[in-house]
Design a protein around this ligand. Structure first.
Ligand code: ZN
Length: 484
């Protein structure tokens, strides 16, 4: 019986294979078009910049060269993807099936409030509570010190908290990474003192564009932080007291992606933002969106690194990095109470901007040697998440001579090995291990499903099935292939 079932699955997989190839091309095209707009034109107006109208942006002549950069980069990724297509087919099938049944309510908007908590935060929280909407607050350390009770309330009411530096002083933050690092650490500490954990989410004051260089991105990521910019700027900090009508105009003109991150402010002087909030919520509801908090498993929205420079600074030395940039003890599992609007399809359906982290993984191959052989992975075939290297479950299972079983797009995914079975819950990513007839055991790590690919962490999986990881290394691509 089981053999037949598997054969059927093989046949189905082949039929799907053609459709999936076509869809991949389509998806890549869309991703390319969207990614082309994914950085603001100018950061000079601090957070007032952000992404302008996407179409306007695409027409910007200065961007032509960036587009070319992206094109050459994408084709590199594309080849990596095509190379793994046969490997990911089965997951792609599942994603396609899931997508077909996803209603328009699968669109998610992430409302974010920066620079608080302040005297406006309580009003914001009242509105969010009344509307049953969850949001994310990127707070300043110095504001946390002044308003610890508000931070407690943010946390208690199920919103997410992110780190937005200590004092928001651009010159200090961007003239030297060491200052930025210190402020992030101090703010993390201040938050931890109030709510008991340090968040992993970080938003750069003014956004990353023209402020961050590759090293900023790299070191923060190395420490386990996840940096997020935004898709839609509400424009509420363009100048003092931007009126509600103007904020709503920016919102209406903003991009509406399947997953959209919106920038707002709840610091002093943003009473108009508070006034606009109910209309904004209604606007996104009317467009079929639900609301959610940002979590560490959401792939970061990041502007690309600017080719021109705003800040004069030197990279920090390896000695300083070795001494200071260790993995931070950040809590990555915060799961506040979920609102009722939360749809279960979320994990199966993913946003296109997931492919735009160019900072580090895109320039390195990953090579690992286990006691059963060697794994040689191209950019796109692995990802670093909180000190772990995740690779597609199918690649690792094949390497370990196991088998993946997916019955349909909602049932758990089973990874069968001769040592036992790993079962991954597709809603939560939670993982259970069972060896022979032993008791089922809940494992500490989670699976992450994206674009129909299940990603699992290499070392924890090997530990689970008792296979040694003998060696692993990241190898830079040939110089000519690295994008500018
Ligand atoms: Zn800010």
């Amino acid at each position: 019986m089981k053999v037949f079932a598997r054969r059927n699955r093989h046949a189905r997989r082949k039929r799907w294979s053609n459709i999936v190839s076509k869809m991949l091309v389509l998806v890549l095209t869309v991703v390319f078009l969207m990614g082309a707009g994914l950085h603001p034109i100018d950061g000079d107006k601090a957070e007032g910049s952000g992404i302008q109208s996407w179409t306007e942006h695409m027409g910007d002549a200065r961007d032509a060269e960036h587009l070319l950069d992206k094109r050459s980069h994408l084709s590199e990724r594309e080849s990596a993807r095509i190379h793994t297509r046969s490997i990911t087919d089965q997951f792609a099938n599942a994603a396609v099936a899931a997508k077909e049944s996803v209603p328009s309510s699968s669109k998610v908007v992430y409302l974010t409030f920066d620079d608080g908590p302040s005297k406006h935060t309580a009003d914001v929280l009242d509105i969010l509570k009344r509307e049953k909407v969850k949001a994310t607050f990127f707070v300043l350390g110095k504001q946390v010190k002044q308003n610890p009770e508000l931070l407690k309330r943010i946390d208690a009411e199920g919103h997410a908290i992110g780190n937005h530096s200590y004092n928001h002083a651009y010159k200090k933050l961007y003239s030297d990474f060491r200052n930025f690092w210190q402020q992030i650490r101090d703010t993390g500490q201040a938050i931890k003192e109030v709510v008991g954990y340090e968040p992993r989410l970080v938003r750069a004051p003014g956004g990353t564009y023209l402020n961050f260089d590759k090293q900023y991105f790299q070191l923060l990521s190395q420490a386990g932080y996840i940096v997020h910019d935004w898709h839609v700027d509400s424009g509420d900090s363009k100048r003092a007291n931007v009126p509600k009508s103007e904020i709503m105009k920016s919102i209406r003109a903003g991009a509406r992606l399947p997953h959209t991150v919106v920038l707002m402010h709840d610091s002093a002087g943003h009473g108009e933002t508070v006034k606009a909030l109910p209309d904004m919520i209604q606007f996104y509801r009317d467009k079929g969106y639900t609301f959610d908090i940002m979590t560490p498993d959401l792939e970061p929205v990041q502007f690309k690194v600017a080719t021109r420079k705003r800040w004069e600074r030197k990279p920090v030395s390896q000695a300083w990095i070795d001494q200071h940039v260790q993995a931070v003890d950040v809590r990555g599992e915060k799961q506040p109470e979920r609102q009722t609007e939360q749809r279960p399809e979320k994990r199966a359906e993913q946003q296109p901007q997931k492919h735009f982290d160019y900072q580090n993984e895109s320039t390195m191959r990953f090579k690992a040697t286990t006691e059963v052989g060697m794994l040689n992975l191209q950019p796109g075939q692995y990802k670093r998440i909180q000190q772990n290297t995740y690779i597609p479950a199918r690649i690792l299972t094949t390497h370990l001579d196991g088998e993946i079983i997916i019955s349909d797009h909602s049932s758990p995914i089973e990874l069968h090995f001769k040592q036992g079975t790993i079962t991954v819950n597709r809603m939560t990513g939670a993982v259970v291990w069972q060896a022979g007839t032993n008791e089922r055991e809940r494992l500490a790590w989670k699976g992450i499903e994206e674009d129909g690919v299940l990603w699992i962490p290499l070392r924890p999986v090997l530990d689970t099935i008792d296979i040694s990881l003998l060696k692993h290394e990241f190898i830079p691509l040939e110089l000519g292939k690295i994008d500018a």
